[in-house]
Design a protein around this ligand. Structure first.
Ligand SMILES: [Cu+2]
Length: 208
C-alpha cells in the first residue's frame, strides 16, 4: 500500500522536472519488433531480442562499454503497452524549466533503463504518467527509484534512468505505473485511473 500511495504522490510531482537524453537512435518503428508476450519472459543478453539500435550515434562516456539493447519485458494495461528496455548507460540532462544539470553514468552503471508507455494500437507514446522501478535479486531489493520523464529525439517521450546492479544474475523488475495526470481526449476516458504494477524478470550479464 505504501508503494501505491508513493506512486500516486509521485504522479503529481512528475510534472515538475523532465530529463532530456540522447537515448541512442532506437527509432519508434523498432517497437513493432518487440513481442515479448507476457511480461514474465526471460531474455538474456545474447537472446535474439535486439531492438535494432544504431549504437553509432549514441553519446558515449569514456570507459563505458556499449551494450546491445536488451528487451526486459512488456505488459499491457487497458490498452497501454508497457515496454522495458536496457541500453548502454548514457549521460542525461535534468531540467526543471529554468536550470539544468547533467546526470553522468559511472563505470559501475549497468545500463540505461528505458520504459515506454504507448497506445497499444497506434504506438503513440503516452507522457504525463509516473513510473517507479523496483529491481530485486533473490528477493532482496537492489534498486528502487523513480524513472525520469524523459525526452529524446529518436524515442520521443519515455521514462528513464541509469541503473547499477550488483553483477550478473537473474533479477525481477517491478514497474509501478501511475495514471497519466493530464486532460484526455474521450478515447482515454475510464482507463488508467489507478496505479498499476507490472512484474517482469530478466537475466543480466555485464559486458566482458
Ligand atoms: Cu532515456
Amino acid at each position: 500500500m505504501g508503494k501505491l500511495r508513493r506512486g500516486a504522490a509521485l504522479a503529481v510531482l512528475a510534472a515538475g522536472s523532465l530529463a532530456l537524453a540522447g537515448c541512442g537512435s532506437a527509432h519508434k518503428s523498432t517497437t513493432s519488433g518487440m513481442s515479448m508476450g507476457s511480461g514474465a519472459k526471460k531474455s538474456g543478453m545474447t537472446g535474439g531480442s535486439m531492438a535494432g539500435m544504431n549504437m553509432g550515434s549514441s553519446p558515449t562516456v569514456a570507459g563505458i562499454k556499449p551494450i546491445p539493447t536488451q528487451n526486459l519485458g512488456t505488459g499491457n494495461w487497458q490498452g497501454m503497452k508497457i515496454t522495458a528496455q536496457a541500453m548502454t548507460p548514457i549521460p542525461f540532462i535534468v531540467s526543471d524549466g529554468t536550470s539544468e544539470h547533467e546526470v553522468k553514468p559511472t563505470k559501475k552503471t549497468s545500463f540505461h533503463l528505458m520504459v515506454r508507455l504507448a497506445d497499444a494500437q497506434t504506438n503513440e507514446p503516452l507522457p504525463y504518467a509516473t513510473v517507479w522501478t523496483t529491481i530485486s535479486k533473490n528477493g532482496k531489493v537492489v534498486y528502487d527509484e523513480r524513472q525520469w520523464p524523459m525526452l529524446s529525439r529518436y524515442i520521443g517521450p519515455h521514462y528513464g534512468n541509469d541503473v547499477t546492479l550488483p553483477g550478473a544474475g537473474h533479477y525481477t523488475l517491478s514497474l509501478l505505473v501511475s495514471p497519466p495526470v493530464s486532460a484526455r481526449h474521450v478515447e482515454y476516458q475510464h482507463v488508467w485511473l489507478k496505479p498499476h504494477r507490472v512484474n517482469m524478470s530478466f537475466t543480466w550479464r555485464p559486458p566482458s
